[in-house]
Design a binder for this molecule. Structure first.
Ligand SMILES: CC(C)(COP(=O)(O)OP(=O)(O)OC[C@H]1O[C@@H](n2cnc3c(N)ncnc32)[C@H](O)[C@@H]1OP(=O)(O)O)[C@@H](O)C(=O)NCCC(=O)NCCS
Length: 150
């Protein structure tokens, strides 16, 4: 399905960062750089793999420094656009962490626009409390998963 049109995203006016879901604004060097070298997950991906995942995503969001315009964070969602979304590749560059950027990225995808009413899934090694604050919980016994094979 085609991704939704970019939409205005609520962001505190005094925040030093802004959130945008315009995929053309992404700084691919920042996104490729983090996901291929610093992310603890799926570091095997090539820049071309990541570009393909961005192109296949339902929405992608970036966080940008209001002064310099530099991209400082990223997250993307895979979704059917109606009932189910998967949150992936959430990161904030080290220098911008601890100032609410991670929460703003998650909020933009799961609480704003069409995602607000969906069931959301994700994986995380250690950021459970970040996601719990948006209503994520450990799955119950009805959930099954086939792990990646590669
Ligand atoms: C996780 C990450 C995206 C958080 O970004 P951030 O901008 O520093 O986060 P925020 O400032 O919005 O705050 C995050 C909140 O979640 C909490 N939290 C829980 N687990 C956390 C974790 N592992 N890392 C960072 N914050 C965590 C923080 O304490 C904070 O809570 P508070 O608002 O009550 O103080 C960022 O640390 C990062 O990019 N880490 C490396 C990549 C990563 O682990 N991504 C998540 C994969 S699931």
């Amino acid at each position: 399905m085609s991704p939704p049109e970019p939409m205005p995203i609520a962001c505190p006016p005094m925040s030093e960062h802004e959130i945008s879901d315009d995929p053309t604004r992404l700084d691919r060097a920042v996104v490729h750089g983090f996901l291929t070298t610093e992310a603890y997950w799926h570091r095997w991906r090539t820049p071309a793999d990541i570009d393909a995942q961005i192109a296949g995503s339902w929405r992608v969001v970036g966080a940008y420094d209001r002064v310099t315009g530099a991209q400082v964070g990223f997250a993307r969602a895979v979704s059917d656009g109606v009932a189910l979304g998967y949150l992936a590749d959430v990161f904030v560059v080290p220098a911008a962490r601890g100032r609410g950027v991670g929460k703003a990225l998650v909020r933009a995808l799961v609480e704003e626009g069409a995602g607000a009413g969906m069931r959301w899934l994700l994986h995380t090694a250690d950021a459970h409390d970040l996601y719990r604050s948006f209503g994520f919980q450990e799955p119950d016994a009805t959930y099954l998963e086939r792990p990646i094979r590669r």
